[in-house]
Design a protein around this ligand. Structure first.
Ligand code: HAM
Length: 398
């Protein structure tokens, strides 16, 4: 099925990266939003765009027992906007999500059919500060999880007023060079010429292609300028990329991608996003401007230098019975310590082996009949009375 399992120790890094995500979403005041994993197919056709590769080639779509066409979500934005519209609220609204997405792509390193995204959507907001806040959040989070060679690419895709004129211009440019374009690009000239800008094969032909940012209407140009100034003010470096068009159709104005330049897989985008002022209307709701991003955790894992903290604070080695250890563990757990022990009554030697495998920060030996236990944190060792064990450990483990 081309899906993967992740167990410890590999999953330690997943856990660390997902925990860190919760901290950063909190800091920017994005509460959790939870959406269904499958939705009516029409939501993605109308929201993401009927001509996009995601919709035409990559969706897991099936008919349910009630005869409805449903699709495993290939991305999170359309579902979050639908949820916001259904809620009937208005005014600035934030949501952060984390979960699996599904795209029928050719699996390879960093590209999977079931992959994990975290993301935010900031809805009913128009000002450039919203774009900058969203971009900053993604950037700070990716820096915190130590994505190596992190780079931010930025572009503006204009809006429904200025983009059509630019698209005509681009189409003419491409028509004139038709014979030098690859077959895929030729097939896109009519339906979606912007996507040709993405083609790596045709890059040499596209070197002088007209750039959207030079054809923005005044309001879009001002918005773009203000987003860039805000990022400068935040000290976030970015590179303008006139060929950045994104693969989903809903974007207007700001578009951005986070790239891990050191990542040697076919696609090194660890995340992307932008503004989508027309999406809510496209799915049948009222006009609701919004901006957001999604980050691909699978690729973050591949490009992160983060060394996850040990997951166990204390391993209890019992010279008595597992029942004694169970009670001692329970007391320490009540105090908030992360504790593990052997429930099977194996030899002390086997328990020490397990303690070392667990990479626990402290090892405690529960002695037969003894009120004192032998507690070790790194090099430090102490004969500690059992009732004082929790505070002895907490004083040292912090
Ligand atoms: P996207 O660029 O399609 O945007 O996906 C965001 C990120 O998800 C990518 O940069 C990549 O890291 C990861 N990703 C996508 N497909 C795969 C895959 N098959 N395997 C592994 N990772 C993958 C969106 O999904 C938009 N909804 C982002 C957004 C939110 N725009 C506005 N708000």
């Amino acid at each position: 099925m081309c899906t993967d399992d992740f167990c410890a120790p590999e999953s330690h890094l997943w856990r660390a990266v997902l925990r860190e995500w919760e901290h950063w979403a909190d800091r920017y005041s994005y509460p959790l939003v939870m959406n269904p994993i499958f939705e009516a197919t029409e939501l993605f056709q109308r929201g993401v765009g009927g001509d996009t590769e995601v919709v035409t080639k990559q969706m897991y779509t099936f008919t349910d027992k009630g005869g409805r066409s449903v699709t495993l979500r290939p991305e999170g934005t359309a579902g979050v906007v639908r949820a916001f519209l259904n809620s009937g609220t208005s005014g600035a609204w934030k949501g952060a999500y984390s979960g699996p997405m599904f795209r029928y792509e050719r699996p390879q390193a960093g590209r999977r059919r079931q992959f994990w995204q975290v993301g935010v959507e900031y809805l009913d907001v128009e000002g450039p500060a919203a774009d900058a806040e969203v971009i900053e959040l993604g950037y700070r989070y990716l820096s915190a999880v130590q994505v190596t060679g992190l780079e931010l690419l930025l572009n503006s895709l204009g809006d429904e007023l200025c983009r059509p004129g630019y698209v005509d211009l681009l189409r003419r440019y491409l028509e004139e060079r038709r014979s030098r374009l690859c077959d895929d690009s030729v097939s896109l000239i009519e339906v979606n010429p912007l996507r040709v800008l993405d083609c790596k094969v045709c890059a040499p032909v596209l070197a002088d292609a007209p750039a959207m940012k030079d054809h923005l209407c005044d309001p879009c140009a001002t918005h773009y300028q203000q987003v860039k100034s805000a990022l400068d003010g935040l000290g976030i470096a970015f590179r303008e990329d006139a060929r950045l068009v994104r693969g989903l159709d809903y974007y207007t104005r700001t578009a951005f991608e986070y790239i891990a330049t050191d990542l040697t897989v076919a696609q090194n985008a660890v995340g992307g996003g932008g503004r989508y002022d027309g999406l809510a209307e496209a799915i049948g709701g009222r006009r609701t401007p919004g901006v957001g991003f999604a980050l691909g955790i699978d690729r973050i894992i591949l490009s992160s230098d983060l060394v996850p903290e040990p997951e166990v604070d204390v391993y209890l080695v019992s010279e008595t019975t597992p029942a004694d250890a169970l009670v001692a563990a329970s007391r320490l757990r009540e105090k908030g310590l992360r504790v593990d022990f052997d429930t099977e009554g194996r030899s002390v030697k086997a328990q020490f082996k397990a303690a070392s495998r667990s990479e626990a920060r402290a090892v405690v030996v529960l002695r037969a009949g003894g009120a004192l236990v032998d507690a070790r944190v790194g090099e430090e060792r102490g004969d500690v009375p059992l009732p004082e064990l929790a505070s002895w450990l907490m004083g040292r483990l912090g």
